[in-house]
Design a binder for this molecule. Structure first.
Ligand SMILES: Nc1ncnc2c1ncn2[C@@H]1O[C@H](COP(=O)(O)OP(=O)(O)OP(=O)(O)O)[C@@H](O)[C@H]1O
Ligand SMILES: [Mg+2]
Length: 215
């Protein structure tokens, strides 16, 4: 069974320009899929569609055989809050919350008790080498630190699938290696599926399968 799947998915960004047409991509429960392709080919757009954050021009996206477009807005919202974790290419941390609070948000939205949310967030921040900056606000964090906070936030509520857009793109090779290790290991431990955009062939090779998006 596939957990998340696209069927004949197409996205058009102008009357003359289709980013992709008739795309069939799927990820099974717990599977780790790398998504590669040249810059501008539509990887981030595909992730947005898979998350139900955007509407396809053709085709559909199914989560456990349910068409995202046929869910109510509330159903989609609840699904995203509970079953999905995101690492956006531009992080999108909340500027008025410190690192720890940012990581706790998905747990609190999913109804995890405060103390447990805090413990999980502290654990993940520690594993990513961020204990010392857990009280810092995003504005004073480096790009790589923000990226690792975003990574912890995507994992903390133990979602069924993590959609990660170049989650190690701003990290030096050593930190990138560690962050990717943590991402893959945590997903395996939690049985979380992973769809990860990456330009790195080495990073892609560590996952179960690679899908190359071509223009
Ligand atoms: N809503 C939109 N309206 C018009 N153009 C769009 C829209 N969304 C995306 N595009 C265009 O579609 C193309 C694909 O963008 P996207 O961000 O998905 O690429 P990407 O593969 O993630 O690239 P990168 O590797 O640089 O992150 C870009 O040329 C972008 O400008
Ligand atoms: Mg992108």
């Amino acid at each position: 069974m596939s957990l998340l799947q696209t069927e004949g998915l197409s996205r058009r960004v102008s009357p003359q320009r289709w980013l992709f047409r008739g795309l069939n991509v799927s990820v099974a429960p717990g599977e780790q899929l790398a998504l590669r392709g040249a810059s501008g080919v539509g990887k981030s757009s595909l992730l947005n569609l898979m998350a139900g954050l955007d509407q396809p021009d053709e085709g559909r996206v199914l989560f456990k055989d349910k068409n995202l477009a046929q869910m109510s807005q509330t159903e989609r919202l609840v699904l995203r809050r509970t079953a999905f974790g995101f690492v956006f290419q531009a992080f999108h941390l909340m500027p008025h919350l410190n690192a720890l609070q940012n990581v706790m948000v998905p747990c609190l939205l999913a109804g995890v008790p405060f103390a447990q949310a805090r413990a999980r967030a502290e654990h993940l921040l520690g594993a990513l080498g961020l204990s010392e900056v857990s009280e810092a606000f995003p504005a004073v964090l480096s790009g790589g630190e923000q990226q690792r906070v975003a990574l912890a936030r995507a994992l903390v509520h133990q979602p069924e699938v993590v959609l990660a857009d170049e989650p190690t793109g701003n990290l030096d090779p050593e930190t990138a290696h560690q962050a990717l290790d943590l991402l893959c290991r945590t997903c395996r431990e939690q049985g979380t599926a992973l769809v990860m955009v990456t330009h790195s062939v080495e990073a892609a090779a560590r996952l179960d399968r690679t899908f190359v998006l071509t223009g």
